[in-house]
Design a protein around this ligand. Sequence first.
Ligand SMILES: *Cc1c(COP(=O)(O)O)cnc(C)c1O
Length: 320
Amino acid sequence: MAILSKLQPLHHPLFKKHNVHVEIKRDDIIHPIISGNKWRKLKYNLQHVKKTQNINGVLSFGGCYSNHIHALAFACFEQNIPCVGIIRGEVAHVNNFTLSWAKHWGMKLHFVDRKTYRRRHDNNYLAELQQQFPHYFIVPEGGSNELAIAGVAEIMSELKQQTKFDTLITPVGSGGTLAGLISGDKENYDVEHKLLGIAVLKGADYLINEVNALLPATVKKHRNWQVCTNFHRGGYARFSSDDAQRILEFNQTTAVDFEPVYSGKMILAFLDLLAQGYFKAGERIVLLHTGGMQGLGGMIERGILNTADWPTPKRVASSE
Ligand SMILES: *Cc1c(COP(=O)(O)O)cnc(C)c1O
């Protein structure tokens, strides 16, 4: 199996102090636009769409700054697949950083209020959408379905060729990525190691069931994984200026960029666990960089982060 993203050592004085060996799997640079885990999750979904006659396009769901919507819009543009985004929020967001790109790449944006958006897993609502968009393949929010699991699982077969490790850490949103890693772990490894998910949203204990529900039957009994739910820092996309500062310092020290919604929250959790003595001496740790750097565009636009400090993604030019 080809290796799609590199694994590189990560250096920080704290790693030396706590005697751990840290590497980072750079899925953030797997593609110049389609970032990280979204690339993995879309791979087999879009293959399915292309090879199935009678499917005309893809429909999916996301918030106004969604990494998934951004990734899906570009992937469909690149592969010439029509796509529709069901977006939570007001039409007024249509020119924000993320959605202006999605629109630029040809995604049809369909705005719904919060109440309607909450029905995104409801079969009646999905049937209505299917009528409205006949022959569109419906992909759940975040891209997390069975086909996504197969794509993410390939990270493990790559890692097997790249290194040996004791603990793999990933941020967790919907749980699809963690489920894919667990699935790939069972397929590829007979050695025991631990998979640790860092929930980026509040009250995320339900994620354990979500992850279990996404696991293929053969993998369900695999119990070497865990979701840490106490590192959300106030909730989804919430963080303090001190959190942002710590991430910035980490970026400067390691020369790898992390953003505060997913990958940076994983980093803060990792540093906290390190300080708590969670890892044993000599432990080999792999961090999965799931990407998401486009999200910085929206945070800078809203004044949540400062342009001077963070890498600023390029906006759609008004002439484009
Ligand atoms: C979507 C996303 C996640 C969360 O992945 P899930 O499969 O939903 O758990 C993590 N990191 C980044 C950068 C993302 O965009």
